[in-house]
Design a protein around this ligand. Structure first.
Ligand code: COA
Length: 530
C-alpha cells in the first residue's frame, strides 16, 4: 500500500517537472534567439530540500532552453557552405583545359535548316556558319538561290553576290512542293535545331511548313524569319533592301538638306536585319536550354533599319524642345521643319564634323577625310591649321561661339587638309588625338593588308570561278576561331545529306532521284514546247 503511494508521489513529481520544463521551453522559444533565457531568480535562503528542488528545476529549465534553441536553429534556413568551383557555377562544365581556339567553335553541334535566299537570310546563316553551325541550305532543284545567277561576272559560274553570302554552308536541292520532297524536309525538321527563312509572307505556309506543323514535328525547333514589315498594314508586302531603308527612317534622314532622300551603300536593310536575326536565334537557342522548346523569331526589315537609325528618332523628339544645334543648318540660321531633316555629313554625335578635301581630290573621288572638331582638342586643331589666335578669340574659343561659323571653320581647315594626302592628315591628327577618318575606297579596303591579317577580308578558292575575296567574320572570338569556306555548288551535298545526315539507303536515294524531288524538272521536248 505504502509502496503504491510512494510510486504515485514519484509519478506526480515527474509529471510536475515535465510541466515546468514544458513551460520553460515555451518561454525560451518566444525569446530572441541568442539572448540569454536565464530567468531572473531571487536568491533566497531555502531549506535543503527546497534548494535541491530549485536546482533540479533550474537544470530542467536549462535543458528545455537548450532544446528550444536547437529547435530555433533547425528552423532557421542556413546559408549553404559556399564552395566556389567552376563546376558549381550555373551547372557549367569545368573550364576546358585545351588551349584557346582548340576547343571547337561557339555553335558546334547546332544544325540549321537554311531556307534562305537573296541577301538578308543568307547573311544570317553565313554568320551562324562562321560560328560553327552546320548550315544545310535547301534550294530549288535546277534553279537554286536566285542570286547564283544575278550580277554574274564569270560566265556560267555562281556570282559573287551568291558566293560572298553563302560560305560555310552545304547545299541540298529539294522541291519543297513534291510529296517526296516534303518527306525529306520532315526528316530535316526532325534533325535540325533551327529553320531560317526569308520567303515572301505566306510562302512557307503554302509549302505546308506552318508553325503548327513544325512545332508538332519537332517541338525543339526554332523557326526564324525575316519579313519586310511586322504585323500591320504592310505585313503582306515583298520587301528589298532599299524599300526597308526608306520605310525604316534611314532614307529621309540621309542626304543633303536641299537634295532628295538618299539610300546608303551599306546594306542595313538586308545584312543589318540578317544580323539582328542571328542575334535572335542565338538567344532562342540559349532560352531553349532552359525551356526545352523552340519558338518563333521574327525580324522585320523596317524594325531592323529603325533600330540602326535610332539616333534620328532621338532627334525627332528633341526637335519638339527646340532646334538641333549640332546640325549645320542651325548655325546657318535655317529654321527646322516638323521632322528631322537630312544632315549631309554632319556628325550625329553632337561634335561638329564634315568631309574635307585632301591632296589629289581633283582626280581621286575618294581623296577626302572626315574631320571632327571635338571640343577637347580645339587647341591642337588651331595650332595645326595655323590659327592659334582662335584659341582665345571669343568668336571661336567655345563650341557655342563656333556654331554660326562652322562653314568658315571647316573651309579654313580644308585649306590645310588639301596640302596633305588623307593618310598624312590622319597620321598628323592622330598624334594630337584629333579624330579623323580617311574615306577609304573599296579598292583600298580590298588591298589593305591589316584587314587580311585579321581575317576580315579573306581570299577563298572556288572550283568554278577560282579565287575570290569575301568578308570574313566581323566578330572575333578568342575561343571560336572562324575558318571561312567557299560557298557550295548547287546541290553539291544532296547525296551526302540524304545518306549521312538523314540515313537514306543507296536504294532509297536512287528512288528519290527518279521521283523528281531533288532534280530539275525535265525540259519539255522541242515538239512539245512548240
Ligand atoms: N521548292 C519549291 N518551291 C520553292 C522552293 C523550293 N525549294 N524554294 C522557294 N520556292 C517557291 C516558294 O514556295 C514561292 O512559291 P509560292 O509563292 O508559289 O508559294 C516561290 O518560290 C517564290 O518565293 P518568294 O519568297 O515569293 O520569292 P520572290 O522572288 O518572289 O520574292 C523577296 C523575293 C525577297 C521579295 C521575298 O522573298 C520577300 O519579301 N522576302 C521577305 C523579305 C526579305 O527577306 N527581303 C530581302 C531579300 S534580300
Amino acid at each position: 500500500m505504502a509502496k503504491t503511494a510512494k510510486k504515485k508521489r514519484a509519478a506526480k513529481r515527474v509529471k510536475k517537472k515535465a510541466a515546468v520544463a514544458q513551460r520553460a521551453a515555451k518561454h525560451a522559444a518566444s525569446r530572441v534567439p541568442g539572448r540569454s533565457a536565464k530567468p531572473a531568480t531571487k536568491k533566497v535562503k531555502a531549506p535543503r530540500k527546497a534548494a535541491a528542488k530549485a536546482r533540479s528545476m533550474a537544470a530542467a529549465e536549462r535543458r528545455a532552453e537548450r532544446a528550444a534553441r536547437r529547435k530555433v536553429r533547425a528552423a532557421t534556413p542556413r546559408k549553404p557552405a559556399v564552395k566556389v568551383t567552376a563546376a558549381a557555377a550555373n551547372g557549367l562544365p569545368n573550364p576546358s583545359g585545351k588551349p584557346f581556339g582548340q576547343a571547337g567553335k561557339a555553335l558546334d553541334g547546332v544544325k540549321i535548316l537554311d531556307f534562305t535566299h537573296v541577301q538578308s537570310g543568307p547573311t544570317c546563316t553565313q554568320l551562324l556558319g562562321y560560328m560553327g553551325a552546320d548550315c544545310i541550305k535547301v534550294e530549288r532543284p535546277g534553279v537554286g538561290d536566285i542570286t547564283r545567277g544575278q550580277l554574274r561576272d564569270v560566265k556560267g559560274q555562281d556570282s559573287l553576290y551568291f558566293t560572298m553570302l553563302n560560305g560555310n554552308k552545304r547545299s541540298i536541292t529539294i522541291d519543297s512542293k513534291h510529296p517526296k520532297g516534303k518527306e525529306i524536309l520532315e526528316r530535316l525538321i526532325k534533325h535540325c535545331d533551327v529553320l531560317v527563312e526569308n520567303f515572301a509572307p505566306g510562302a512557307l505556309d503554302r509549302m505546308g511548313l506552318t508553325w503548327e506543323y513544325i512545332h508538332k514535328t519537332n517541338p525543339r525547333m526554332i523557326v526564324a524569319s525575316v519579313k519586310g514589315f511586322g504585323p500591320g498594314p504592310y505585313e503582306d508586302c515583298k520587301v528589298y533592301e532599299n524599300v526597308a531603308q526608306c520605310a525604316g527612317g534611314a532614307a529621309s534622314t540621309t542626304g543633303f538638306r536641299d537634295g532628295p532622300p538618299l539610300v546608303t551603300g551599306a546594306q542595313i536593310g538586308d545584312s543589318g536585319t540578317g544580323l539582328h536575326l542571328a542575334f535572335g536565334i542565338v538567344c532562342a537557342l540559349y532560352q531553349r536550354n532552359r525551356t526545352g522548346r523552340g519558338q518563333k523569331v521574327l525580324c522585320a526589315m523596317q524594325d531592323g533599319v529603325l533600330n540602326l537609325a535610332r539616333v534620328k528618332l532621338r532627334d525627332q523628339q528633341r526637335l519638339t524642345h527646340g532646334p538641333l544645334t549640332e546640325y549645320s543648318q542651325y548655325g546657318e540660321g535655317i529654321p527646322f521643319g516638323k521632322a528631322v531633316p537630312r544632315a549631309g555629313n554632319d556628325s550625329g554625335g553632337g561634335q561638329p564634323g564634315w568631309i574635307l578635301k585632301c591632296k589629289g581630290w581633283e582626280d581621286d573621288p575618294d581623296a577626302y577625310i572626315y574631320f571632327i572638331t571635338q571640343a577637347p582638342v580645339w587647341g591642337p586643331i588651331c595650332d595645326l591649321i595655323g590659327k592659334p589666335e582662335w584659341k582665345t578669340d571669343p568668336d571661336y574659343a567655345t563650341p557655342p561661339a563656333r556654331l554660326p561659323r562652322l562653314r568658315h571653320i571647316f573651309n579654313t581647315i580644308e585649306e590645310w587638309t588639301k596640302t596633305m594626302t588623307k593618310f598624312e592628315v590622319m597620321d598628323t591628327c592622330n598624334k594630337h588625338d584629333i579624330p579623323v577618318g580617311p574615306i577609304l575606297s573599296m579598292k583600298e579596303i580590298a588591298e589593305e593588308q591589316s584587314l587580311r591579317d585579321t581575317g576580315t577580308v579573306v581570299e577563298v578558292d572556288h572550283p568554278g570561278r577560282g579565287k575570290y575575296l569575301t568578308v570574313g567574320n566581323p566578330v572575333k572570338m578568342s575561343d571560336s576561331i572562324t575558318e571561312v569556306k567557299r560557298s557550295p555548288l548547287l546541290g553539291e551535298h544532296t547525296e551526302e545529306i540524304l545518306t549521312k545526315v538523314l540515313g537514306y539507303s543507296a536504294e532509297e536515294v536512287a528512288g528519290i532521284k527518279t521521283s523528281g524531288a531533288i532534280t530539275a524538272p525535265e525540259k519539255p521536248a522541242k515538239a512539245e514546247a512548240a
